[in-house]
Design a protein around this ligand. Structure first.
Ligand SMILES: [Zn+2]
Ligand SMILES: [Zn+2]
Length: 201
């Protein structure tokens, strides 16, 4: 009897965690589907914490943006002890929701992007910086492809890559805006399909 009740509870717990992860997946996909495509570059870009710490900058990975100004300028720890955003000097509120997760980390939380994959980037950090940014953009494309959001990639090509007015002073964003980046992703996908066929035959 007790065992049965235990099972029921376990099942309820399981159902609850499933609903929770479904919600995370849905929220992340909605965020991805509704994002301004120029912003997709910014979301892909690896950002490092700009807070001063022991006479140099902290440099930690920035996983969230400040809700007060939208800048990805501080890591979680530094956001606790800083009063203003290091980029725009806008005050960070002491209470309430000060941080909101960046799309890339939202996708990791939802399980749409593998955490293991991300850890591998962290190791390479520094030496091949733009590679990580491009890979992160590709991961967004992969998520879009796997979740029936193919139009996002098409719009990225027509609205971002082919738009002459889409420019940036940031060299990493300029690289991400270039259509070569999307072409390489397409080539990679195509290669995967071809190799899948060879295995099947
Ligand atoms: Zn920091
Ligand atoms: Zn700011």
């Amino acid at each position: 009897m007790t065992k049965m009740r235990g099972d029921g509870e376990g099942r309820r717990e399981y159902a609850k965690s499933m609903t929770e992860s479904c919600r995370k997946v849905q929220e992340a996909l909605e965020h991805l589907a509704s994002i301004d495509l120029i912003d997709l570059c910014n979301e892909a870009k690896v950002e490092h914490c700009r807070a001063a710490r022991d006479l140099r900058s902290c440099g930690g990975r920035v996983q969230s943006v400040l809700t007060s100004c939208g800048h990805a300028s501080l890591c979680e720890e530094c956001s606790q002890r800083c009063d203003v955003c290091p980029i725009c000097r806008v005050c960070i509120p002491k209470t309430g929701n000060r941080l909101s997760l960046r799309l890339y980390y939202e996708c990791i939380e939802a399980g749409l992007i593998s955490k293991r994959y991300d850890d591998r980037f962290q190791e390479k950090d520094g030496e091949k910086q733009p590679v990580a940014d491009v890979e992160r953009l590709y991961l967004f494309f992969d998520v879009a492809l796997e979740n029936n959001l193919l139009s996002l990639i098409c719009h990225y090509i027509t609205d971002v890559c082919m738009d002459e007015s889409a420019v940036s002073s940031d060299p990493v964003v300029v690289l991400l805006l270039d259509e070569v980046v999307v072409k390489d992703w397409c080539k990679r996908i195509f290669k995967n399909i071809v190799s899948l066929f060879t295995i099947l035959m």
